[in-house]
Write a protein of this length. Sequence first.
Length: 202
Amino acid sequence: MIARTAGPEGAGSLTEGSAAAPSARGGFRWICAVLLLAALVWAVDLWRPVDGRTREPWREADLSSIARNYLRERLPFAAPAIDWRGDGPGQVEMEFPLFPWLVSVAHRGLGYHEITARVGAYLLSLMTLGLFLLLARETLSVGGAIAAGVFWAINPLATQVATAIQPEPSATNPPLAPGPGGPASARSARSTPPPPSSRPGL
């Protein structure tokens, strides 16, 4: 329901409200377009097995083995294990093992397939790009946000990492998620006036 108020202020607010919906729809369209472009570009290696043809075969082999061992040995989350263990338990010091653990959960529900980890990285990478586009829309002009999104989508490094069986896709989501430092806080920071003590001449 739109409240109509007399005077120039009421007319101005009505015009602003009626123009907001087309602008939001236009922003949603270009976000979807950039995500579709990234989905097509990044899908080049999506169905490639862990066969040593990637640039980081040892990392992909390690992460795949950790996910497999989570599944087969029912390991606790804080005790990831690798295959090359000799006579020991194979527990390994590594980054936060969220990604291989999530892959093992997918294996448990869908059955063991090497490609599951690559598909998971692909989906997480698209989610990260979506969060980045929301942030760009709040902080840049429309043209600047589109350019930033297209650059990310076709960047060779992003294309390489997007489907790599590595923890990078899961590690880049939290800094871009809504919350402190995210798109919502950037919007509120711009809309909140500075305190009186920081205003010039006061």
